[in-house]
Design a protein around this ligand. Structure first.
Ligand code: 3H9
Length: 699
């Protein structure tokens, strides 16, 4: 049953019932039309209510149906809304909790709307790369005004029902109920009060004008251009709302429909829809059921007050969870606390944080030099130097003082979590929590599952990640986990490109044009080139036959570690972050080429992008095959939230599937034939080769 029908005296109630959010899938749409037919055929029914069961009125069209036959089958949402508008008896939308997308469009088609306070009202289609396609761009401006509607449509952000209800002259809600609890009763009374009204009011008949007309829409277009350069949908939202002010209602509706269908087929929309589902799927671990009991995390300990430890601590303070930071020396503690204070003060200055909130957060923070003070922490995260011996000392101490059942987490970015767990007598309580720098800003959290990590530890950490607003992705144990293991292949290609004839700025420019937030060389300068240097030195011992460009080592030998030393792949002026192409570096690269006897060639931007991205894809396929990541969407989430991969491309694995895995493999074979490249690295992962041969995609 996806829409229920009940009669309460002289009011028929149609209840959308399609968990989790009453998406308007085919069966639900049919249920609404059937309910309307029944109510119109029943002489005893004087008015009709449409509401939603459970925790939503409706979250909109059922996104899972997009691209399937069901989304095309009648009754489509337009037909349902037509049936509502032309119903001979008053139809009242009774709205609560969530009223979004097609759900709001359905409500706008109803003759009346009654809303409970606390309901999130939105047209969030733009976040899926589309626009409202069932009249939202034509009807919403008629009830809340053109500017308010356009803001909602272009941003996709929810607005609380009571905020809208309080705006003088708004016609979205005919009645706001006193509380969510009184909704059902007040709605029935309202439906009875309008039972005899004729003609029935229709939103489509309301006027729609903006006093400044063209000038306003030109302004809106300029705003949108700056905000969403890689996405076509926001500009189309402006076009559609403008049509509402200039065209007849039916023409505006047809225009909106045309734009909606065109946007639905864009790669940007496919990427955003992939992101929507991948983000939610990432929080689910195949063998850890959602009902797995979770441990209570009331207090957190953080070892290390450096940049990482400070950033990690802020996440918990922001969520209202007390934190104790441990350091070896008082000066280090003072420095760390000072940095946290400075970060918060900057937020207060920018108006992003209220002074009292800042004080509340700082009051949750305590410090110690003594491990024994961590004995009542429910979770302790170490963020100390990335060296196994240092981790061993920390985890042995933690094992000695932490209470039974406390979760012991390592923020390691590369080390073996199983080895770290083995330093304790409780490996089941040990997990990796790999935050990304700056840890208080970056969305990504790689949760590293050791072979002994208990399921309730994983369930707890995933739930906690949601609380501190992180996108958590589970990774198995391997060197570099998902993100850093893949980035090594990407960096390897970036180095070869220099050897073959590129400059750092050419490589950065090409991949930034593709949409990356930062190219590999600007990124290296920001993160510190010495980090990669240390890893390469370790690798040289572990894998002496590994092939890579020596330019990065030569750069570090020159002391050019990046922004922190005022020079890296680029030059930097004191106190500034602008990357200035460096003659010294370009000469170093040229000299290196000469020493190797390489005649530089012109490399196209297309080749640069393909080599960098496909290097990620091939390693990603290996990671998937080995079970380090359980879904290709998880790998995409890591890259979208932690490595600046362009959102509109949907992540490396989604992007490769869009290009076609066959084409990806063909390019890889071509790159393998380049004598200056690493042919072994381009050997397609068996999973990739198989999918390509079968004409399949990753997801
Ligand atoms: C549209 O309406 C087009 C029309 O204009 C025109 C049509 C012609 N469909 O986010 P959560 C699932 S486009 C199907 O974790 P929360 C979601 O996948 C649509 N499923 O919960 C997840 O499933 P699972 C416009 C949906 O409480 C579960 O619900 N609407 C839909 O944090 C829980 O989701 C939107 O874009 C859906 N529409 O937030 C609304 N929505 O458990 C997008 C959610 O299997 N949705 N699911 O992983 C949201 O913003 C949030 O999900 C919502 C709940 C606020 C509703």
């Amino acid at each position: 049953m996806t829409a229920e029908y009940q009669v309460h005296g002289d009011v028929a109630v149609i209840t959308l019932n399609n968990p989790p959010v009453n998406g308007l899938g085919l069966a639900t749409r049919q249920g609404v039309v059937d309910g309307l037919d029944r109510a119109q055929a029943d002489a005893a029914v004087k008015a009709i209510v449409i509401t939603g069961a459970g925790g939503a009125f409706s979250g909109g069209a059922d996104i899972k149906e997009f691209g399937t036959d069901k989304s095309l089958q009648e009754p489509n949402l337009h037909s349902v809304i037509n049936a509502v508008e032309y119903c001979t008896k008053p139809v009242v939308a009774v709205i609560h909790t969530v009223c979004m997308g097609g759900g709001l469009e359905l409500a706008l088609g109803c003759h009346y709307r009654v809303a409970a306070p606390g309901c999130n009202v939105a047209l969030p289609e733009v976040k899926l790369g589309i626009l409202p396609g069932a009249g939202g761009t034509q009807r919403l401006p008629r009830v809340v005004g053109v500017e308010a509607a356009l803001n909602m449509i272009v941003s996709g952000e929810p607005v609380k029902s009571e905020m809208i209800g309080a705006v003088p002259g708004q016609k979205l809600f005919d009645k706001m109920t006193a509380s969510p609890e009184s909704l059902a009763e007040e709605a029935l009374a309202f439906a009875r009060s309008v039972a005899d009204v004729r003609p029935l009011p229709l939103v489509r008949n309301l006027p729609c004008k903006h006093p400044e007309g063209d000038a306003y829409f030109q302004f809106a277009r300029n705003m949108v251009k700056g905000m969403a350069k890689n996405f076509p949908a926001p500009a189309k939202c402006v076009d559609a709302v403008e049509a509402a002010t200039k065209r007849k209602f039916a023409d505006g509706l047809a225009y909106e429909r045309e734009l909606f269908i065109n946007l639905m087929w864009t790669p940007e929309s496919r990427a955003l829809r992939h992101l929507f589902f991948a983000e939610r799927a990432a929080s689910k671990i195949p063998d850890v059921p959602s009902e797995t009991p979770k441990r209570d995390i009331k207090k957190v300990g953080v070892i290390g007050a450096g940049t990482m430890g400070g950033g990690i601590s802020m996440n918990f303070l922001n969520a209202g969870i007390p934190v104790t930071i441990l350091e070896m020396k008082q000066e280090a503690l003072d420095r760390g606390i000072g940095t946290i204070q400075k970060n918060y003060e900057a937020q207060v200055k920018k108006g992003k944080l209220k002074e009292d909130k800042y004080q509340q957060r700082m009051a949750l923070l305590s410090t110690t030099l003594n491990y024994a003070d961590l004995k009542d922490c429910d979770l302790i995260i170490e963020a100390v130097f990335e060296e196994l011996g240092v981790k061993e000392a920390v985890f042995k101490q933690l094992d000695a003082v932490a209470k039974p059942g406390a979760i012991l987490a390592s923020n390691t970015s590369t080390l073996d979590v199983d080895k770290i767990a083995a330093f304790t007598q409780r490996p089941q309580d040990v997990v990796g929590m790999h935050f990304f720098s700056p840890a208080n800003v970056m969305k990504l959290l790689e949760v590293v599952r050791g072979k002994a990590t208990a399921k309730d530890v994983l369930a707890t950490v995933m739930a906690l990640a949601k609380k501190i607003k992180k996108t958590a992705v589970v990774s198995g144990v391997c060197d570099g986990f998902i993100g850093n293991r893949m980035i090594e292949r990407y960096s390897q290609q970036a180095g070869f490109l220099l050897d073959e004839g590129c400059t750092p700025q050419q490589v950065d420019k090409a991949i930034e044009k593709f949409g990356f937030a930062m190219g590999p060389f600007r990124m290296g300068d920001l993160a510190g080139n010495d980090i990669g240097w240390a890893i390469r030195k370790r690798r040289a011992v572990e894998q002496p036959d590994m092939k890579y460009s020596k330019t990065a080592d030569l750069l570090c030998e020159m002391g050019r570690f990046g922004q922190k030393t005022g020079a890296g792949w680029y030059d930097y002026q004191a106190g500034k972050r602008d990357a200035i192409p460096s003659d010294v570096v370009n000469q170093m690269i040229e000299a290196h080429r000469k020493a190797l006897g390489i005649t530089p060639r012109k490399v196209s931007d297309e080749e640069i992008v393909q080599r960098l991205v496909y290097a990620l894809v091939n390693e990603g396929a290996k990671i998937l095959e080995e079970g380090i990541a359980s879904k290709s969407g998880d790998i995409d989430m890591v890259y979208l939230t932690g490595y600046g991969f362009p959102i509109h491309r949907g992540g490396p694995m989604h992007y490769a599937s869009e290009v076609g895995l066959f084409n990806v493999v063909q390019s890889m074979k071509r790159f393998a034939r380049n004598p200056l490249d690493d042919a072994r690295a381009w050997e397609p992962a068996p999973l990739l080769a198989r999918l390509a041969a079968e004409g399949k995609a990753f997801a």
